[in-house]
Design a protein around this ligand. Structure first.
Ligand code: AMP
Ligand code: TRP
Length: 327
């Protein structure tokens, strides 16, 4: 079975952008791939975190993975810092990463602007991500579009290492789901939906209450005109809502267009609100059950870490040998 790895930083509330762009894809792909679903806590601390909040977010992210349908019987759910090989291979790769490659990373440039002080970890973040991926001999990395550049860097580091020291790492492919790669903010369709947005009206959190979900959809920005037509250029706000609708309902935005011919924005929004409530309620129920049984969650994480450590350690050992460490 081919190997698939991805991760999310436990740095705040998860929203439907994370779900459609990432987690939902993983749950579908876990049937055909051996999935490693990581909680990227080492990445989260590249910007300042409050310790108690971080601890809670790590647990919440884990529970959301499981509640969203990542099956711990089939897939490996683990916390990045529970597998020391990530930091170790990350260091090795750092010694081979051209500074210029990191300076070109658009995510670094964006994040840098938002920090009062910028630390080296934020700059080296993509190298750690390369280590995450390469340790598992990953075939496919399903991510949102914003991570594409990091995947390219991973491929180039793997090739560089293999060329210099001999075949060590598999060269991974990114997988970016076309319709949901970039879910835009509900309050501003020109920027992606983001947990760090200034207003909570930007996103629908996976744990928003039904009333909050309905309210946020109702006040979501729309475009001029009245027609529900899928036009990314002329009607970016409605197009975004249609993509969300299609992704949750199954189908394509064009189907939604047909379905809503002659109907109003408010009809469409009312139905979208109800659809989201209907789809998120079961996830929220499972989340609630898990939060009442933290031991079972810890148990899943222990098993995940054991399995991840075995595989990661093997690859790390191979890389250490190749570069001439005494192992
Ligand atoms: P982040 O929230 O930046 O840690 O991202 C976690 C995962 O969700 C990554 O695979 C992102 O590409 C994906 N993601 C984050 N925001 C969005 C969005 N607005 N639309 C689609 N995917 C997203
Ligand atoms: N950088 C990713 C993000 O912010 C999270 C991440 C860390 C990741 N390591 C990874 C994603 C490895 C895929 C594979 O979304």
């Amino acid at each position: 079975m081919k190997i698939l790895l991805s991760g999310i930083q436990p740095s705040g509330i998860l929203h439907i952008g994370n779900y459609l762009g990432a987690i939902k894809q993983w749950t579908e792909l876990q049937k055909d791939f051996q999935l490693f679903a990581m909680i990227a806590d080492l990445h989260a601390i590249t910007v300042p975190q409050k310790p108690d909040e971080l601890r809670q977010n790590i647990l919440n992210t884990t529970m959301l993975y499981i509640a969203a349908g990542i099956d711990p019987q089939k897939s490996t759910i683990f916390i990045q810092s529970h597998v020391p090989a990530h930091a170790e291979l990350g260091w090795i790769l750092n010694t081979m990463t051209p500074l210029g490659d990191l300076e070109r990373m658009t995510q670094f440039k964006d994040k840098k602007e938002k920090q009062s002080e910028v630390f080296a970890g934020l700059f080296n973040y993509p190298v750690l991500m390369a280590a995450d991926i390469l340790l598992y001999q990953t075939d496919v990395v399903p991510v949102g579009e914003d991570q594409q550049q990091h995947i390219e860097l991973t491929r180039s580091l793997a090739k560089r290492f293999n060329n210099k020291f001999g075949e060590t790492f598999k060269i991974p492919e990114g997988f970016i789901p076309p319709q949901t790669a970039r879910i835009m903010g509900l309050d501003d369709p020109t920027k992606k939906m983001s947990k760090s947005a200034a207003s909570a009206n930007n996103y629908i959190a996976l744990l928003d209450t039904p009333d909050e979900i309905r309210r946020k959809v109702k006040i979501a920005v729309t475009d001029s005109g009245k027609e529900i037509v899928y036009d990314e250029e002329e009607k970016p706000a409605i197009a975004n809502l249609m993509r969300i609708f299609a992704a949750f309902a199954g189908g394509e935005p064009d189907d939604i267009e047909k379905q809503y011919q002659g109907k109003s924005y408010s009809d469409f929004k009312r139905d979208l609100g109800e659809l989201l409530v209907e789809k998120l309620t079961p996830l929220q129920q499972r989340y609630q059950e898990l939060s009442e049984d933290p031991e079972s969650v810890m148990d899943i994480l222990r098993k995940g870490a054991d399995h991840a450590n075995k595989i990661a350690q093997k690859t790390l050992h191979k890389a250490q040998q190749k570069i001439g460490f005494l192992v």
